[in-house]
Write a protein that binds this ligand. Structure first.
Ligand code: HEM
Length: 266
């Protein structure tokens, strides 16, 4: 801590650097908000990836309380980033149109950290253009996904996770599996148990990402309508195709399989 007597707020946070990174390309008043909100998102993506790595380590170590804490933190961050869309939605279509041209072909579509997060969550099929030169994404694809770590965690707690699920080729897309769903149902039978709570926290994370996708789409619809995206996609139509696809489908599927308990009515 030799630095501490001279350490300043601005020095510790590297504010000189941080606050020199906002360089709107036009004189349009609203462009600064657009730049800052994207930068803030990228910082949160960085934090989510940092937490997700810890979550995977904790799951692999069989640490229930730690996993729960970290999964809940990720879910809270997702709530926060979804909430930030409210701020951007104060920007009218005309205000966005006043600087959109200056964005050229840049788009959140090219967010390497967002793609890496998708890979951590289990996405395995990416367009070749997304994979080019991105070592972190390649590394995430080569590692087991968060759901693979959950399966190992459950197996470590004595749940009979099918051996094929544990030894699968984790570089391929996970396919929902009836045997795993049976295990999840038995985990949920003790619904206040640590494993069930960890599973529920992962459902919160999954729902948080889906909520972000939905709110981002709505924001896009109200800001640019049906115009094509700066990143070259069909815009809202493309984003609609990404909705309602859970990262952990088995955790959702077991809800349909939960047995109804007969009521004790008259
Ligand atoms: C006015 C604000 C915004 C508009 C009009 C907008 C528009 C779009 C459009 C049209 C796409 C589809 C790809 C394309 O062709 O460009 C897209 C993708 C994306 N945007 Fe935005 N966006 C906005 C704000 C944001 C913000 C604040 C973020 C936060 C990082 C963000 C992150 C993303 C991501 C990650 C994708 C890729 C989604 C996927 O492929 O599943 N966008 N955006």
């Amino acid at each position: 801590m030799a630095d501490s007597p001279t350490m300043t707020y601005g020095g510790y946070l590297r504010l000189d650097k941080l606050l020199s990174c906002q360089e709107p390309k036009t004189q349009a008043h609203d462009e600064l908000l657009f730049v800052i909100i994207h930068q803030v998102y990228e910082l949160w993506f960085k934090q989510i990836l940092h937490e997700a790595a810890l979550l995977q380590r904790r799951l692999e170590e069989g640490n229930s309380a730690g996993s729960l804490h970290t999964a809940r933190r990720i879910a809270k961050i997702l709530k926060t980033v979804v909430g930030q869309l409210d701020v951007l939605e104060t920007m009218t279509p005309r205000q966005f149109a006043s600087f959109r041209d200056a964005l050229g072909s840049s788009s959140g579509f090219q967010s390497a950290q967002f793609r890496e997060l998708e890979a951590v969550l289990g996405r395995r099929a990416f367009p070749a253009s997304d994979l080019r030169d991105d070592e972190r994404l390649q590394a995430a694809l080569a590692r087991p996904s968060l759901f693979d770590s959950l399966l190992r965690y459950l197996a470590g707690r004595g749940h009979p996770v099918p051996a094929e699920a544990l030894s699968r080729d984790t570089s391929t897309t996970w396919e929902p599996d009836a045997g795993v769903q049976k295990v999840l149902l038995s985990v949920y039978a003790d619904e206040n148990g640590p494993a069930a709570e960890v599973c529920e926290a992962l459902v919160d994370v999954d729902e948080g990402i889906q909520e972000w996708r939905y709110r981002h789409l709505k924001m896009v619809e109200r800001t640019i309508g049906a115009k094509i995206g700066t990143g070259g996609s069909a815009g809202a139509d493309y984003l609609r195709s990404t909705l309602f696809s859970p990262a952990f489908p088995d955790l959702w599927e077991v809800r349909s399989q939960t047995e109804e308990v007969p009521s004790h009515g008259a």
